[in-house]
Write a protein that binds this ligand. Structure first.
Ligand SMILES: Cc1cc2nc3c(=O)[nH]c(=O)nc-3n(C[C@H](O)[C@H](O)[C@H](O)COP(=O)(O)OP(=O)(O)OC[C@H]3O[C@@H](n4cnc5c(N)ncnc54)[C@H](O)[C@@H]3O)c2cc1C
Length: 402
């Protein structure tokens, strides 16, 4: 069984629909919400229904809620929801990645739910728009250092702690909160909890002003004696020392390819726009001739295209492995590292190739360069992805290589 890099025919209508949404709704509102930071993008409400349809049908969709891992390895090649979601997120992010991060019910918290929830929980929270809250003032890259606590009390857990930089934390209907059941038991005791908006003890303290993805709200949330039903602990409540962090970390195997897809979408947008601008300036790009026999701008552009292509193929592989029930932690980190780094490099290089036009606000190139940076930071920074890849390739544990 091997991967075929062609887009499967069954996904084409979905991908076309995602591109139409990107071109007709997201792109035309891109600058508006970049300038009006913190204003709610009302245009997105009607899109949720468009995205829900395919997700409900089990064929994946343009948002994060569709990712759920197939159990066990299959002998037959399967192109499933991870692949279709990656391909459609690429398209919508081509329209505007900040608006994609604000799309109702398609938050990274939804991917977290889809990844680790039991079937009963998936039925209960499947239509909830969920943000994901891991980061704290004293813990970012080292997510095992989480201090937010969850203490069992009767039929509830009581949460106490502070979460920062929660994407969609103000707008979403719920937040998936990572908290520890027992700090003394280390990583294995970290579990995720669905906390619904309006739960007493959960308070949004502020929203950040940012370099990029300004259409997306980024919130700080405090939890003070916040009671959530015990049934809102996602997956198993057992502290399984031998599994370590595996339960909660499983989320990343599904979400990192999605962030890589966002990076591919933003950089594809920059490449498409730059090719058009170069064409108007009389620079011909010939894909059939060696780059070095072409004008410098065309040669540079072809290198960027090659960089994009390798990030694209790596991302498809990570999603395809998940669809086929195979381990993909290594490939998910490779895809995130490659696509995140390529997106920042490509978008900035496109600004450079377009000169003053690239830097000005009349075009979106400068915005895409700002938006791309976060894709190399959240869901694990570039350096952390490289660390994970190195550990996996060298067979080292997190204590041996840090
Ligand atoms: C706009 C935005 C949205 C976000 N959305 C979310 C969200 O929805 N949910 C959420 O939980 N978090 C979110 N985050 C937080 C994000 O995931 C963290 O910022 C990220 O994980 C890095 O953590 P940190 O900022 O604490 O940096 P640190 O961990 O302090 O790292 C600082 C620098 O040191 C490097 N570094 C750290 N450790 C190592 C190491 N061992 N080896 C080499 N280099 C290392 C890092 O790569 C980084 O460059 C968001 C952040 C931003 C800016």
């Amino acid at each position: 069984m091997s991967i075929n890099p062609e887009v499967p025919a069954t996904f084409r209508p979905l991908i076309k629909q995602a591109r139409d949404v990107a071109a007709q709704v997201l792109r035309p509102n891109s600058r508006k919400y970049d300038l009006a930071e913190h204003e709610y993008p009302v245009e997105l409400d009607m899109l949720a229904a468009v995205v829900d349809g395919p997700n409900d049908g089990g064929t994946g969709g343009a948002g994060a809620a569709g990712v759920r891992r197939e159990k066990g390895g299959s002998v037959k090649n399967r192109n499933g929801t991870n692949l279709s979601t990656v391909l459609s997120i690429l398209e919508v992010a081509w329209g505007d990645v900040a608006l994609v991060l604000s799309m109702p019910r398609q938050g990274l918290g939804n991917a977290a739910i889809a990844s680790v929830a039991t079937d009963e929980q998936l039925a209960r929270f499947g239509r909830t728009w969920a943000a994901m809250a891991i980061t704290e003032p004293g813990c970012g890259s080292d997510s095992a250092a989480i201090r937010t606590t969850a203490v069992r009390d009767g039929d509830d857990y009581v949460l106490n702690g502070e979460k920062i930089y929660v994407t969609a934390g103000q707008r979403a209907d719920a937040v998936v909160v990572w908290a520890t059941l027992d700090r003394a038991q280390g990583r294995a005791a970290i579990k995720s909890f669905v906390v619904e908006k309006g739960t007493p003890g959960m308070e949004v303290e502020r929203v950040e002003r940012k370099l990029g993805i300004r259409a997306s709200d980024t919130a700080s949330i405090r939890f003070t004696d916040c009671r959530v039903p015990a049934a809102n602990l996602l997956g198993s409540a057992e502290i399984e020392a031998e599994r370590g962090f595996a339960g909660a970390m499983q989320t990343f195997d599904n979400t990192r390819p999605l962030v890589a897809a966002m990076a591919l979408g933003v950089s594809r947008a920059a490449l498409d726009e730059t090719r058009a601008l170069l064409g108007r300036a009389g620079v011909e790009i010939d894909y059939d001739r060696p780059a070095l026999s072409q004008p410098a701008a065309a040669a540079t552009f072809l290198q960027l295209e090659a960089d994009w292509e390798s990030a694209y193929l790596t991302t498809l592989e990570a999603a395809w492995l998940a669809d086929n029930g195979r381990p993909n932690s290594l490939q998910a980190s490779m895809a995130k590292a490659k696509a995140g780094r390529s997106a920042t490099a490509i978008t900035l290089r496109c600004v450079q190739l377009a000169g003053a036009t690239g830097y000005g606000e009349r075009e979106l190139l400068e915005k895409w360069a700002r938006d791309a940076k976060i894709l190399d930071i959240f869901e694990g920074t570039q350096q952390i992805q490289q660390l994970i890849v190195a550990r996996r390739l060298l067979g080292k544990s997190s204590t041996e290589l840090k």
